[in-house]
Write a protein that binds this ligand. Structure first.
Ligand SMILES: NC(=O)c1ccc[n+]([C@@H]2O[C@H](COP(=O)([O-])OP(=O)(O)OC[C@H]3O[C@@H](n4cnc5c(N)ncnc54)[C@H](O)[C@@H]3O)[C@@H](O)[C@H]2O)c1
Ligand SMILES: C[N+](C)(C)CCCC=O
Length: 393
C-alpha cells in the first residue's frame, strides 16, 4: 500500500512539472520560423491489469494516465478485482469528476477485448501474459491503436565466485520466493559459478527450508499460497515435467506437510537442468527456481540471454567492472546489481523481446499517456516567395 500511495504522489508532482514544461522551444535552423512542442493527453485509455500485485499494477497505469490528463477505463483481473473497486470508491470520495476513471470488471475476452478493439479507446496499456499481449496487439493493430505491453519473464540471476555466499543466497531467495514467485521479474533462473555452486546450493537449501510457509496473516509468514487452484496445478505440472525431463528436484516440489488445505507449494529448487527443458524456457510464476553452473563470464552471459523474454536480469559480484560489463551485455529492460527486485517509482520499468515494450514508472510512465504535437509559426513579415504573385506574371 505504501508503494501505491507513493506512486500517486509521484505522478501528482509530475503532473505539475508537466505544465511547466509545456511550450518548450525547439531550436530551428531558420530564423523566420519558431517552433515549440505541446505534450497532450492521448485521450481515452484502456488499462488492462493482472492478478498479481493487483492494486499496484493498476496504480502504475491509473496514476500516470490521470496525471497526463487522460480519462481511463480500468479492467482489473477477474481473479483480483476488489482492491481496484476500492480505489474507485476512494476516487468518488475525493470527488474525482465522474467519467475520469471508469472501472469495469469481468473476464478477459468479454470485458478486456472490447477495449482493444473499440474505436473510441485511443490507447491500450496492458500488463499480463505474453499470450494475451499478442491478442491485444493484434486487435489494436486493426485500428492502428498504440499499445504498451508489460509481459512475462524468465529472468536470470548470475552469481560469481567472489561473493558473500549467505548475502547472495538471500537475494536469490527474495528474487524468486517473494510473493510465492508470482512476480513478472522473478529471477527464476539461477546461474552459479562452478567454484561456489555446491556450497551455494547447500546454503540455499538450508535457507529455503527455513522459510515460514503459512497463512499470510500469520506473524513471520514469508511464503503464502498461490492465487488459485489453476495456478497451483500449473506449477505442480511444471515441476513434474522438469522431473520427467531429467532434472533433479533438490528441495521442495510438493505441498508442505503441515498445510493440508490451500494452494501452498514448498520453495522448490531444481538442478541438473538443460537449456532445452521447459523449466529453463517457460515462465512458471510460482516459487520455483532452476539452476545451472557456468565457468566463464561469457558463458554466464550467453546462458542469461538464452531466453525469448527480456524483462530483468541480475548479477552478484564484488567486481564492479564485471557488473558494469554484464549490465550492458544483458538483453533486458532492467538490471539489478548485487540485489534482485527492488523497484522505485522514479526508475523506468519494462522489458524487451517477448516481455513487451514501452516503459512504465518514472517520467517514461507519464510519456506513455501523452502525445507530442509540434506547433510551428512563420514569424517573418516577408511573403514566403515560393510562387510568383499574379501581378508579376
Ligand atoms: N511486465 C510486468 O510488469 C508484469 C507485471 C505483472 C504481471 N506480469 C505478467 O502477467 C502474467 C500473470 O497475469 P495474468 O495471469 O493475470 O495474465 P493474463 O494475460 O491471463 O490476464 C491479464 C489481464 O488480461 C485480461 N485478458 C485476458 N484475455 C484478454 C483478451 N483477449 N483481451 C483483453 N484482455 C484480456 C485478463 O482478464 C486480465 O485482466 C504473467 O505472465 C506475468 O509475468 C507482467
Ligand atoms: C515491484 N515488484 C515487487 C518487483 C513487482 C513488480 C510487478 C511484477 O510482477
Amino acid at each position: 500500500m505504501d508503494d501505491v500511495a507513493a506512486c500517486f504522489e509521484y505522478y501528482a508532482d509530475l503532473a505539475e512539472s508537466l505544465d511547466e514544461k509545456q511550450r518548450s522551444p525547439i531550436s530551428l535552423p531558420m530564423e523566420n520560423f519558431k517552433s515549440h512542442i505541446l505534450k497532450e493527453p492521448i485521450g481515452v485509455v484502456g488499462l488492462i491489469t493482472p492478478w498479481n500485485y493487483p492494486l499496484l499494477m493498476a496504480t502504475w497505469k491509473v496514476a500516470p494516465s490521470l496525471a497526463a490528463g487522460c480519462t481511463a477505463v480500468l479492467k482489473p483481473s477477474e481473479l483480483a478485482s476488489l482492491t481496484c473497486l476500492e480505489l474507485g470508491a476512494i476516487c468518488m470520495e475525493v470527488a474525482l469528476p465522474p467519467g475520469v476513471l471508469n472501472i469495469i470488471t469481468g473476464l478477459g475476452p468479454e470485458a478486456g477485448a472490447p477495449l482493444s478493439s473499440h474505436p473510441h479507446v485511443d490507447k491500450v496499456a496492458f500488463t499480463g501474459s505474453t499470450e494475451t499481449g499478442k491478442r491485444i496487439m493484434t486487435a489494436a493493430a486493426q485500428m492502428v491503436k498504440p499499445v504498451s505491453l508489460e509481459l512475462g519473464g524468465k529472468s536470470p540471476l548470475i552469481v560469481f565466485d567472489d561473493v558473500d555466499i549467505d548475502k547472495a543466497v538471500e537475494w536469490a531467495m527474495f528474487g524468486v520466493f517473494a510473493n510465492a514467485g508470482q512476480v513478472c521479474s522473478a529471477t527464476s533462473r539461477l546461474l552459479l559459478h562452478e567454484k561456489i555452486a555446491k556450497q551455494f546450493l547447500d546454503r540455499l537449501v538450508a535457507w529455503a527450508k527455513n522459510i515460514k510457509v503459512s497463512d499470510p496473516l500469520e506473524e513471520g509468514c514469508r511464503l503464502g499460497s498461490v492465487v488459485s487452484e489453476e495456478q497451483y496445478e500449473k506449477i505442480k505440472k511444471f515441476i513434474s515435467t522438469a522431473r520427467s525431463e531429467g532434472a533433479t528436484i533438490l528441495c521442495g516440489g510438493a505441498r508442505p506437510q503441515h498445510l493440508r488445505r490451500g494452494f501452498f507449494i514448498e520453495p522448490t529448487i531444481i538442478t541438473d537442468v538443460s537449456t532445452s527443458m521447459q523449466i529453463w524456457r517457460e515462465e512458471v510464476f510460482g516459487p520455483v527456481i532452476c539452476v545451472k553452473e557456468f565457468r566463464t563470464e561469457s558463458e554466464a552471459v550467453e546462458l542469461a540471454n538464452d531466453t525469448h523474454y527480456g524483462l530483468a536480469g541480475a548479477v552478484i559480484s564484488n567486481d564492479e567492472e564485471r557488473c558494469q560489463r554484464i549490465s550492458k551485455a544483458l538483453h533486458s529492460g532492467i538490471v539489478w546489481i548485487n540485489c534482485s527486485q527492488p523497484t522505485f517509482v522514479q526508475a523506468p520499468w519494462g522489458g524487451n523481446k517477448r516481455s513487451g515494450f514501452g516503459r512504465e514508472l518514472g517520467e517514461w510512465g507519464l510519456d506513455n499517456y501523452l502525445t507530442i504535437k509540434q506547433v510551428t509559426k512563420y514569424c517573418s513579415d516577408e511573403p514566403w516567395g515560393w510562387y510568383q504573385p499574379p501581378s508579376k506574371l
